[in-house]
Design a protein around this ligand. Structure first.
Ligand code: G3H
Ligand code: ZN
Length: 284
């Protein structure tokens, strides 16, 4: 069923595993991720950035595509459709009205008080509709669609606790050195801060930039209260690698199903690997 992230993440926190957020780019992603979740008996979060939403034809198209695919595939595991890095109250409101079951309001780039104000406003509307809310503090490095960061700013533990208490958000993404896209070298996550935030803030934590983080770091993050891990680039890398191989080997090929199909299989295999690594398999 289509649900918010709230119960999913509370269960994950209580049982020390993490639910993966896998970002959508087109229909093949919806099919592959939902198939992986069903086979693994895993709860799953489908992430939709504003840019990807636009690419797929709008939030309404995304919701219709997900619902129809769940019905066609006979999906029984819990699924959330989540706005990734919502840039404004308006973007969150649009997603909620289109039928998203969860939203992220990313107001981490401005002043702290402005972040509190807009996150509170989103929580009020979202909770009225039974929709969960994620907010962010600090700055995740790298680039994802229109979200570009020059450097990395670590979240402040005191501000994290205050943001949670004053807004009523359901989960918090404290930026602690993670990066969107591949890492240059090994990631250097702020585990000291993560441990502090995890015990001070009562809500589950979210780790952005899940591509390229070593398994030991994933396990450690989960042990400090991280209950949601976002993955986008890894699926794109694996999908595109296979599509490129197929096209290189078959220069005459023009039927998109013949190369997008194998690309879809690569996404599914990647998602299954992450679900096992995050410990969400057999938790649905
Ligand atoms: O919000 C999406 C994620 O943080 C994705 O990060 O592309 O590095 O896996 P990634
Ligand atoms: Zn992110």
């Amino acid at each position: 069923p289509l649900v918010s992230m709230k119960e999913m993440l509370e269960d994950a926190k209580a049982k020390s595993y993490a639910v993966g957020q896998f970002n959508l780019n087109n229909l093949e992603y919806v099919q592959a991720i939902l198939q992986a979740a069903e086979e693994e008996k895993s709860p799953v979060i489908l992430g939709v950035s504003e840019g990807a939403g636009k690419y797929m034809g709008g939030f309404g198209v995304v919701v219709a595509m997900v619902k129809a695919t769940m019905e066609a595939q006979g999906t029984t595991v819990p699924v959330a459709i989540h706005l990734d890095h919502g840039s404004s109250f308006e973007a969150c409101a649009k997603a909620i009205h289109a039928g998203f079951t969860s939203v992220m309001i990313d107001a981490s780039h401005g002043e702290f008080e402005d972040n509190v104000a807009v996150s509170s406003k989103v929580v009020e509307l979202a909770h009225f509709h039974g929709v969960s809310v994620e907010a962010e503090l600090g700055v995740v490095g790298g680039q994802e669609d229109d979200v570009i960061a020059d450097g990395v700013i670590y979240a402040d533990p005191k501000e994290c606790q205050e943001l949670v208490e004053r807004t009523g958000i359901d989960c918090l993404a404290p930026a602690l050195g993670s990066v969107h896209g591949p890492y240059k070298g090994e990631p250097n996550l702020g585990f000291k801060e993560m441990e502090e935030i995890g015990s001070a803030a009562s809500v589950p934590l979210v780790l952005h930039g899940g591509t390229g983080i070593p398994t030991a770091d994933i396990k450690r993050a989960i042990s400090y209260g991280t209950s949601k891990i976002n993955v986008n680039t890894e699926n794109q890398i694996q999908q595109t690698k296979v599509v490129r191989e197929v096209l290189d080997a078959n220069p005459e090929m023009i039927d998109p199903r013949k190369y997008l199909g194998p690309g879809r299989d690569a996404i599914k295999a990647t998602v299954i690997g992450k679900m096992r690594e995050f410990g969400s398999s057999n938790q649905a």
